[in-house]
Write a protein that binds this ligand. Structure first.
Ligand SMILES: Cc1cc2nc3c(=O)[nH]c(=O)nc-3n(C[C@H](O)[C@H](O)[C@H](O)COP(=O)(O)OP(=O)(O)OC[C@H]3O[C@@H](n4cnc5c(N)ncnc54)[C@H](O)[C@@H]3O)c2cc1C
Length: 351
C-alpha cells in the first residue's frame, strides 16, 4: 500500500510529568509564545502532559529531553509559574500527514493509523480510527456471515476516506498556523483565534467537528433518503427518550443501539405506516414502533410521551421509517414501506 504525504519539518516534545501550578486542572491550556507553542493537558491528580513544538533546524534526533530542558521551555513560553518534576515519559518526536490510496485490497482492509496519520492537533487520531472500525465491523460481519453481498464492503472506503482527508486537512491547517514562525501569521493568529473561538456558534461547530459527532455519510451510495427533515439518511441518529409502557421504564434510543444489529424505528403517523411483517428477517436487528403520546403500546412499541423524538427526527402526519445501521448512522429515511423493503433487499443482495 502506498502511504502518500510528508513529514513536518518541526520536532515536538512530549513530557508526562508532575505539575505544580495555579492553573485549573479541568481545562486544557495552550500558550502561544513567539518562541513556539506549549500545551498543558492536566491528568488526574497533580500529573499532566506537556507538548511543545521545536522549530526546524534544532533537531534532537536520537536524544531524550531532560527535565531541565522541559522546564526551560515551559518557563519561556507559559508566562506563569509552573514547576515540573518526576517525569514518567519524555520524548522528542516528529509527525507526518499521510493517507493510503485505498482502504482495502482483496481480503485486506486498513483502519486507524495504518490508513491515515496526521498531526495530533485537535486530538482526533484515535477517534477517527475507532470510527473506521465501527464503520467496517458490521459490514464485515454481514458479508462474512453471508447476510449481505460483497459490494457492501466498497462503502467502507467511500464513507471513511473523505473523513480522514478532512481531518488531515484541518489538523494540517491548525499545525501550520499554530507552529508558524512568521510574525505576521502569529500576530493575526493571536488576535483572531480568541475572538473566533469565543463565538458560541463557532465553538459549537468546533466541538462537533473535534468530537467527530458532526460527521455524516449523506453522500454515500449505501444510504437512501426520501423527503426533507432535520435527520437525513447518512446522519448520526440522534438520541431521545421513549417510554416503554409495558415495562414502565424510559428507554433512550442510544440504549436501543447498544445491542449489535439494525434498529428500525417505525414512527407512527396519523396514517400509521406499519412495517411489513418480517421486514428485518434477513438482517440482525429489532423493529420498534414509536407511537404518539397516550396511545396503547404492546411489545416492541415505545411511546414518545413528550414528542421530542417526533420533533428531532422530523416526523410528519404520514409517519416515518428510520433504519439505523449497527454503527449508529441512519441508513434509510422515508415514509414508504415498499421503498424501505427495496433498500433492505439492496443491502442483502449487494453483489
Ligand atoms: C502525542 C500524540 C497525542 C495524541 N493525542 C490524541 C488525542 O488526544 N486524541 C486522539 O483521538 N488521538 C490522539 N493521538 C493519535 C492516536 O494516538 C492514534 O491515532 C491511535 O493510537 C492510533 O491507533 P491505531 O490502533 O490505529 O494504531 P496504533 O496505536 O499505532 O496501534 C498499532 C499497534 O500495532 C502494533 N504493531 C505494529 N506492527 C505490528 C506487527 N507487524 N505485528 C504485530 N503488531 C504490530 C503496534 O505495536 C501497535 O501496538 C495522539 C497521537 C500522538 C502522537
Amino acid at each position: 500500500m502506498t502511504f502518500q504525504g510528508e513529514q513536518y519539518e518541526e520536532e515536538f516534545l512530549l513530557a508526562d510529568v508532575r505539575v505544580e501550578s495555579e492553573l485549573p486542572n479541568d481545562h486544557a491550556h495552550l500558550f502561544a509564545a513567539k518562541a513556539g507553542l506549549c500545551a498543558y493537558f492536566p491528568f488526574r491528580g497533580d500529573r499532566g502532559r506537556i507538548i511543545a513544538d521545536q522549530r526546524a533546524g534544532e533537531m534532537h534526533t536520537g536524544t531524550e529531553p531532560t527535565l531541565e530542558e522541559v522546564q526551560e521551555i515551559v518557563r519561556k513560553r507559559c508566562y506563569l509559574p509552573i514547576k515540573i518534576s518526576d517525569a514518567v515519559w519524555m520524548a522528542w518526536f516528529r509527525i507526518s500527514h499521510r493517507i493510503v490510496q485505498h482502504y482495502g485490497s482483496g481480503r485486506v482492509f486498513l483502519a486507524g493509523d495504518a490508513a491515515h496519520i496526521h498531526s495530533p492537533a485537535g486530538g482526533q487520531g484515535m477517534n477517527t480510527g475507532i470510527q473506521d472500525a465501527f464503520n467496517l465491523g458490521w459490514k464485515l460481519a454481514l458479508v462474512a456471515g453471508g447476510l449481505a453481498g460483497r459490494g457492501l464492503l466498497e462503502s467502507y472506503e467511500a464513507e471513511r476516506m473523505p473523513v480522514a482527508k478532512s481531518v488531515i486537512s484541518m489538523t494540517d491547517s491548525m499545525t501550520r498556523i499554530g507552529t508558524s514562525a512568521n510574525p505576521a501569521v502569529q500576530h493575526l493568529r493571536d488576535i483572531f483565534m480568541p475572538l473566533l473561538t469565543g463565538i458560541p456558534f463557532v465553538k459549537e461547530k468546533m466541538v462537533g467537528r473535534l468530537a467527530e459527532v458532526a460527521i455524516d455519510y449523506r453522500g454515500s451510495a449505501w444510504v437512501e433518503n426520501h423527503g426533507l427533515g432535520p435527520v437525513r439518511a447518512g446522519d448520526r441518529a440522534p438520541d431521545a427518550m421513549l417510554y416503554d409502557r409495558e415495562a414502565r421504564v424510559e428507554r433512550r434510543i442510544f440504549d436501543l443501539l447498544k445491542t449489535p444489529g439494525f434498529v428500525l424505528l417505525a414512527f407512527e403517523g396519523f396514517e400509521t405506516p406499519k412495517p411489513p411483517d418480517g421486514i428485518l428477517a434477513g438482517l440482525p436487528g429489532t423493529v420498534y414502533r414509536v407511537t404518539r403520546p397516550g396511545r396503547q403500546t404492546g411489545p416492541c412499541e415505545l411511546e414518545d410521551r413528550d414528542c421530542r423524538a417526533l420533533a428531532s427526527y422530523g416526523v410528519g402526519d404520514e409517519g416515518l421509517f428510520i433504519l439505523i445501521r449497527p454503527d449508529g448512522y441512519v441508513g434509510y429515511r422515508g415514509e414508504n414501506a415498499a421503498a424501505l423493503a427495496a433498500y433492505i433487499e439492496r443491502l442483502e443482495g449487494a453483489a
